[in-house]
Design a protein around this ligand. Structure first.
Ligand SMILES: [Ca+2]
Ligand SMILES: [Ca+2]
Length: 237
């Protein structure tokens, strides 16, 4: 939770620093799952009667934990390299354009993965049977790993498709895939127990609030009073 709060505060700070006098509407939707899965999270559009929209930013947070990776070298040569184990997340939408001002995806893939070097001997005789024992095999039990990315939606795309503006809602899809990579090694057997994951997507509308009707009335009365008051007497010398 502390790490989540840290990322959340980071994105708030970035947004606030750009619009010091602005206000924000923040929505956070959570997801959880295992191995490969996906879903759709629903967010509210920005109601333009609330104020003048200045920016739309998005945060994608992914945390992975658990799972198990087994490697077994079945080659007659030793094998070494770096393995990666965890999950890789991405977002998309059928309702809104998730593009930044440079017309690129506002967020890249988010990889919550563990990286570790390994060195295995040549196969010691287990042949085609998956054998995790040393010296030609290894077992890695999944570590908690986190990753996050932030980005802005280009103003050009605020009203594309269903869009971010209005009084309705729209969906943002997330997809999380289990990630295994041990490099281009031939005759390497592997097996996994699926990782678990959880995460969230935060959407922030930064806007300039519309003046309250009472404020507008006071401002109008002030102008009227100034206009009907006679000019102050100027004493001649
Ligand atoms: Ca082997
Ligand atoms: Ca084997």
């Amino acid at each position: 939770m502390i790490r989540k709060c840290f990322f959340f505060l980071c994105v708030l700070s970035i947004t606030l620093s750009q619009f010091a006098a602005a206000q924000m509407l923040t929505q956070t939707k959570y997801f959880t799952g295992s191995s490969n899965s996906n879903g759709t999270l629903t967010f509210n559009q920005f109601d333009r009667t609330t104020g003048h929209l200045k920016s739309i930013s998005i945060l994608f947070y992914l945390e992975t934990f658990g799972g198990r990776l087994i490697l077994d070298n079945d080659s007659t040569s030793s094998a070494s390299g770096i393995f990666e184990f965890g999950s890789c997340g991405s977002i998309g939408s059928n309702d809104v354009a998730l593009l930044n001002p440079s017309y690129s995806p506002c967020l890249g893939n988010v990889k919550a993965i563990h990286k570790q070097s390994f060195s295995l001997t040549a196969d010691n005789g287990d042949g085609l049977a998956l054998d995790s024992s040393t010296p030609d095999g290894l077992v890695f039990n999944g570590h908690p790993e986190i990753a996050a990315a932030t980005g802005f939606i280009g103003e050009t795309f605020w009203n594309i498709g269903k869009g971010f503006l209005g009084t309705s809602s729209f969906g943002i899809n997330y997809s999380v895939l289990q990630w295994v990579d041990y490099g281009p090694l031939a005759l390497m057997s592997y097996a996994v127990n699926p990782v678990n994951f959880e995460g969230f997507i935060t959407l922030i509308y930064t806007y300039q609030a519309a003046p309250e009707p009472a404020t507008l009335l006071f401002f109008g009365l002030s102008i009227a009073i100034v206009r009907i008051c006679p000019k102050p007497y100027s004493k001649r010398s």
